[in-house]
Design a protein around this ligand. Structure first.
Ligand code: SAM
Ligand code: ZN
Length: 239
């Protein structure tokens, strides 16, 4: 079975001071309690306004292969994961040096989302959250096409929402993401090559235009020389 990790869902920019960012390791807006969804969950203890950054998801930063190794060792049977993918190189393991952000459960009708900024993960409210409400975001867990139905069943969602999509897995498999990445890179390469081709054609055109201008200038010079000489002649003539 391929490893399952949390994925970051979006990326946008919001400027926070260092102090504000440091404060996001612990939050006075929430507390950890038992959850009907699964084990422990994170609950608002006061109203949280849409757009508020509640937490930074912290933990040990490790490679994908190390994350896979840890997942296989401990959670391949139950699918339980505290791993969060930051980028192609890095995964955060919330079980080591982590904070309470790791207890936020998946909710199909999410009231939070994760935001990646400078290779750090923040959890932000996407609507106003009432005191007492459980926080949740869409995990969009990675999965691979060689996962069996049994493997995939480990990730069924118990969020209880009417709009529950039945799984914590991402709508797309790793292979689909990779194929999309490859296609994107191919398109970008083709665009760059086309641009390069246009630039070369332009510079060749410019060169030939320069040659023509130079020729014209040269012939203009001849003309003006002629004109001058004519003038001179003329002047001389008039004199
Ligand atoms: C980061 S932990 C969240 C905290 C967890 N409730 C606990 O007490 O450890 C993530 C794990 O919680 C479980 N989980 C979270 N949301 C879930 C959901 N909507 N349905 C089923 N299990 C869920 C899954 O086992 C998942 O791998
Ligand atoms: Zn659900």
């Amino acid at each position: 079975m391929a490893s399952k990790k949390k994925r970051n869902t979006s990326s946008k920019s919001k400027i926070n001071t260092k102090k504000e960012l440091d404060n996001l390791i612990h939050s006075e807006l929430v507390e950890v309690r038992n959850s009907p969804i699964h084990g422990r969950g994170v609950y608002a203890v006061k109203p949280i306004k849409s757009g508020t950054r509640v937490y930074e998801y912290v933990g040990e930063r490790i490679s994908h292969s190390e994350a896979d190794r840890r997942f296989w060792k401990k959670h391949q049977e139950d699918g339980h994961t505290f791993l969060f993918v930051v980028n192609r190189k890095t995964v955060i393991d919330g079980t080591r040096k982590g904070n309470d952000a790791r207890y936020i459960n998946h909710r199909c009708e999410a009231n939070c989302e994760t935001v990646t900024e400078d290779n750090r993960i923040f959890i932000e409210a996407i609507r106003n959250i009432k005191a007492g409400e459980e926080l949740g975001y869409d995990y969009q867990l990675t999965w691979s096409e060689d996962d069996t139905a049994e493997d995939l069943a480990l990730y069924r969602c118990l969020c209880g929402s009417k709009k529950c999509r039945g799984t914590m897995l991402d709508a797309q498999s790793i292979e689909q993401h990779l194929a999309e990445d490859r296609a994107k890179r191919k398109r970008a390469k083709a665009r760059a090559e086309a641009k390069q081709g246009q630039a070369s054609a332009k510079s060749a055109k410019n060169k030939s235009a320069k040659k023509t201008t130079a020729k014209n200038k040269a012939s203009k010079k001849k003309v003006s020389k002629k004109t001058v000489s004519k003038k001179k002649t003329g002047k001389r003539g008039r004199n």
